[in-house]
Design a protein around this ligand. Structure first.
Ligand SMILES: Nc1nc2c(c(=O)[nH]1)N=C([C@H](O)[C@H](O)COP(=O)(O)OP(=O)(O)OP(=O)(O)O)CN2
Length: 166
């Protein structure tokens, strides 16, 4: 590798998903159910090899798109909230919050491994998926990954990984 660093930024038009959610602010305060057109973008920093190539970014695009597709047109519930408990019955997904129960059909819900369906948690989920195999990233010369997730124009949260922290 000639060693120089480059950063490839991915913010394709189709890296998006329309999903419902509500932000939980406390044990007794949350938003009403609503939705956003979320978008996600990634910046991959890495070393350029003698072939004039860093890691092929195609795999990263496919991974991000697959996550967007899985969450698109569903209602997202957090699986690890300190304030909300998710219960699955034979025919429903129940969300117990502050003495109330929200009822969903399984086909309409995505339960995600996060404490809150916020842009900061969604950015982390995207980032952790892309950096699940840090050794493989290193082999491909990737030294940094930054994910941005937005719930609309002009507001996003970032999540950053560097090879040193892994
Ligand atoms: N730290 C965070 N705070 C909030 C988040 C979040 O993800 N992290 N999310 C929300 C809600 O999603 C809320 O719906 C956002 O509403 P708003 O800021 O009004 O954004 P809109 O998409 O509705 O766009 P506007 O045009 O600005 O109204 C709240 N807090």
């Amino acid at each position: 590798m000639d060693g120089r660093l480059t950063t490839i930024e991915l913010f394709k038009e189709d890296m998006k998903f329309s999903a419902g959610h509500f932000t939980i602010f406390s044990a007794t305060e949350r938003e009403n159910l609503h939705g956003h057109n979320f978008t996600v973008s990634a910046a991959l920093t890495g070393r350029v090899g003698r072939e004039g190539l860093m890691a092929d970014y195609g795999a990263f695009k496919r991974e991000l798109k697959a996550m967007c597709d899985a969450w698109n047109e569903t209602f997202m519930l957090p699986n690890c909230s300190p304030h909300l408990q998710v219960e699955r019955t034979d025919s429903e997904v129940l969300a117990h919050y502050d003495g109330t129960t929200l009822r969903f059909l399984p086909r309409d819900v995505t339960v995600v491994e996060c404490a809150n369906v916020t842009i900061e948690e969604l950015a982390r989920l995207f980032g952790e998926r892309l950096t699940a195999e840090p050794e493989r990233l290193r082999e491909r010369g990737v030294v940094g990954v930054t994910i941005k997730c937005a719930s609309g124009p002009g507001q996003w949260a970032s999540w950053v990984w560097t090879e040193k922290q892994a």
